[in-house]
Every structure is written in structure tokens, then in C-alpha cells.
Design a protein around this ligand. Sequence first.
Ligand SMILES: [Zn+2]
Length: 297
Amino acid sequence: MVCLLCKQPGRLLHAQVPDYLLSGREAWDIHYCANDKLAWIDDSKSVTNLAAYYDSYHAHQAHDSVSTVSFSALKARYFFNYPAWPEPKASVKILDFGCGGAQLLKQLQAVGFDVYGVEFDEELVRSLASTLGVDKIYSVDKLGLLPENSFDAIVLNHVVEHLTDPLSILMSLQRLLRPGGVIMLATPNLEAWGRMLFAGRWRGWELPRHRYLFSDSALVKLLSMAGYKTDKVMFSSRLARGMFVSGFMPAWERLTVKPRWRYLLHLGGYIFAILARLLAYVGLAGKQEELIVFAHK
Ligand SMILES: [Zn+2]
């Protein structure tokens, strides 16, 4: 499988990396393009029954009761106070692509946006449509039914890394975005300290659910290929503590580890996150664990 961005063959970065987060079953090779700083898992080894790898996935639990938060809190937490993010009004349409259990979608609705969601998990689509309305929630194969130039903003909150064909999905979404409308993507940062520290055990790999891992330049290039203009690239350490702990301790070990080791790991995670933030002030912002890009049509 060649690089999505330059069509050249990549090199093998890590051989046989297992699903550290959830199952520990099976393993995948990770490939890397040094030109584009893009990593991916090989499609030639088919991921049989991908749904099984999402069985106990945190983002796929339906959120029945969602805590109400103010728009300023949502804007700070999810949109990093990006000044061009639209203010909540009933006339402002937002699409949450890969909405999962719809926690963010419901919070955006509660502050006054007109919200729509697209989700891959058919079971979730059915249950969300029954509570939010069939005109609000769509399965991914119905993406083409949504009207062109109709959304003011589109969110992909830790979704782009899960897509088997991110270019064609981003092109479909570009059609739905109104001219000047904003798209926001958050994803693990391939250039992060954590990847250097943990190598094949980095939390960001999360195989086989994550198919592509992006550097900032790779994501900007992908967005450009899909017809967007990037406005802002940002990095964050808000997930650094959890990523540090997961790097040392796969899910099945977490159940048996002694409490004092658990406390020490969490302490290490705090120090890791604080160090990453401090280093961001001396020109190393791009090494933080999360990459966030804002672009427009
Ligand atoms: Zn490439």
C-alpha cells in the first residue's frame, strides 16, 4: 500500500503492533512516508470484523444524560477558542462527523446550534435517530443525501485517524460545507513526544481502529487535496497524561496492576504533560500529543 499523499511506497516503521488498548488480539505492521510524515496500517491485511474491535470502545456508548455546559466552555474545550468559530444560533448548522454516542452533538444542540450527526456504527445511528430525529442522524452511506453548501461548520473530533479513505470522506464533506464555512479536525499528533518515548507502544497508534496517523504537514496537505484552505494549526497537551499512562500499561494490565504503581504512573503522566506544555513555550509546541487544524472551504 502506497502513501495516500505522494503515492510512493512507505517504509516499515514498526512490525506487528498489537491492539494494546482493548483486545491484545492480532497485530499490524505500521508503514511510514518520510516525505509526508504520514503513518498508516497496511490494508492488504484485511481487518476482519472491524466492529468487534469497537465492542467496548469509549466513544461508542450512547450518552443518555448529557451535562449541560455553556457555549464558552464548549468553545474553550473543543474549539480552542478559535475566533472564527460561529456563535450559537438556530440558523447555524453544524455537522458532527463520526459523532459516536453524540455527547458533543447534544451539548452543541443545548447551547442553540442546529446540529446534525453522521456515524458509522449502524446500531448507534438507529438509537440516536430515535431520540434526536431521523432527519438529524445519518449513517455514513447516506452522506450524499445531505444538501450541498448547507453547513456552517463541520467537526471531526478524533475521527480522521479512523477513516480507511480519509481523502474521499473529506471531499464529500467539502461539498456539504458552505463557502467560507469552517472545518475542525482533532487527531493524535504523529510528531508527538509520546511517539518518540513509546515507539510501537504509543497510545496514539490504537490499532486497528486508527488507520492513519498525521503530522501537521500531512494533515494540511490532505485538506488541501480535498479542497480546503488551512487557517490555523494548533497543538495541545490535554490528553498527554492519559496517553502516558496507556503507553506504559495496556488495558488488560490495568486491571491487575498494584495501586502504588498506578499512582506512580499517574504522577509520571502529570509530569509528562507539564513538561510538554513548558517545552511548548520554547518553540516545541509541535511535539504535544494532540494536533488540531481549522480550515475553510
Ligand atoms: Zn508520502
